[in-house]
Write a protein that binds this ligand. Structure first.
Ligand SMILES: *Cc1c(COP(=O)(O)O)cnc(C)c1O
Length: 406
């Protein structure tokens, strides 16, 4: 791995520190900006070289030692890349424009015409759209599999041309926890790469300790944390994978605004404390839902009632504050919408990980082809923000009364 600590001002990571400490210290400006704590926003397209010969030399060693053009990012990007590599426990991270771009870049890095890809049925919807859209058009076939598959089941799904096994744990909307180490063993035995969307797990799931080759984060969510930016990160743990994803991102013209990157660096400084609070508030609201007669089940991996709770306890050190609620089948989708429309403290909107609470109905908007989309009743997804949980519960209690107000 090239040592670019001089370039980024990063001091080599010191082991043994807790997550909050690392989020306070990683990616600082170092010694290069007169002692100011934070990196500056470096905006730029042109990068000047001292001579023609130097420019030729820079181009040969671009990405590792030298910048030749703004699309390769700059010091602001490198600072966030260092932080995300620290969060994910990988060697190197790449910042791209959105979480979805962070999904597309490694898929396109490893797949070519004639290849086969495996994706969990519970995959993030726009990732499924990419597999069913552009990828299919390029003769890359994708099979969607039951996310609860075991090692033998995964071995049976793998074909001679399977190049990528994609995982997302827990799954979007339905929150199945995957046996990532077992899936990775089957994938690696067949020479396939394991790509993981680790947005829900953030630092609570260590992808590279569980057999993942490339980890994907939508920084838009908790890292940004304030619902005011879109960014993604692709993190790897080997030089070979770095070359593959860096090359693909470059060919695809991937770039992120340094202003957004700087905002994400600001988000990082409070990430540990926000996550801790939101995990606690999320569990409080989830447990409250579970105690209510209007609720059939709560889809939250940290609750003992979750079908893969044992896997969650084995592989995760904590949870974020996004979960699902399935209501009793006696309620209709219209009843559920009346409830959500009546909430005062929950916004109705996509995305999550910000400081504010959100609710959206999921019934009717999830696609499943390998498993059933029927959860047993109308369902909604809740994101718990930084409000007082007692206020959120009081609001939800008023909302539940609206379920019956036909
Ligand atoms: C939101 C989300 C993404 C994509 O992030 P964007 O920045 O909105 O493109 C990817 N994966 C998961 C699981 C998400 O929830």
């Amino acid at each position: 791995m090239p040592d670019d600590s001089a370039r980024t001002g990063r001091r080599p990571a010191e082991g043994g520190h807790g997550f909050a400490t690392r989020m306070s210290h990683a990616g600082r400006a170092g010694t290069r900006v007169h002692g100011f704590v934070n990196p500056a926003v470096h905006r730029g397209s042109t990068v000047l070289a001292p001579s023609c010969a130097a420019r030729r030399e820079f181009a040969k060693r671009r990405f590792d030692q030298f910048l030749t053009y703004g699309t390769q990012g700059g010091p602001t990007h490198y600072a966030l890349e260092d932080v995300v590599a620290e969060i994910e426990g990988g060697t190197r991270s790449l910042i791209v424009s959105t979480g979805l771009a962070a999904i597309a870049v490694p898929l396109l890095a490893y797949l070519k015409a004639g290849d086969h890809c495996l994706m969990p049925d519970s995959v993030y919807g726009p990732a499924r759209a990419l597999a069913d859209g552009l990828m299919r058009g390029w003769d890359i076939e994708t099979t969607f599999y039951d996310p609860t598959v075991d090692e033998a089941g995964m071995r049976a799904l793998i074909r001679p041309n399977t190049r990528v096994v994609y995982v997302e744990s827990p799954g979007s909307h339905t929150f199945e926890v995957q046996d990532v180490p077992a899936i990775a063993r089957a994938a690696h035995a067949a020479g396939a790469k394991v790509l993981m969307d680790n947005t829900w797990g953030i630092h609570h799931f260590r992808p590279f300790a569980h057999g993942v080759d490339v980890s994907i984060q939508a920084l838009t969510k908790y890292v940004g944390g304030h619902s005011d930016l879109l960014l993604g990160a692709v993190t790897v743990n080997s030089e070979e994978d770095w070359r593959a994803v860096r090359g693909a991102a470059s060919q695809l013209g991937q770039y992120a605004s340094p202003d957004d990157v700087w905002l994400a660096l600001r988000g990082v400084r409070t990430l540990a404390v926000r996550l801790k609070q939101q995990e606690r508030s999320g569990l409080e609201v989830a447990r409250w839902f579970e105690s209510r007669p209007e609720v059939l089940r709560v889809l939250h991996p940290a609750l003992p009632s979750h079908p893969q709770h044992a896997l969650f306890k084995r592989d995760f050190t904590g949870a974020c504050s996004l979960f699902g609620v399935v209501f009793q089948p006696r309620y209709s989708e219209a009843d559920l919408c009346r409830m959500i429309d009546g909430l005062a403290l929950f916004g109705i909107g996509a995305s999550w990980g910000g400081f504010e609470s959100l609710a959206i109905p999921t019934t009717g908007s999830i696609t499943r082809t390998a498993t059933s989309a029927d959860l047993g009743g109308p369902a909604a997804r809740f994101h718990i923000g930084l409000e007082d949980p007692a206020d959120l519960i009081a609001d939800l209690e008023r909302g539940l009364a609206l379920l019956e107000a036909r």
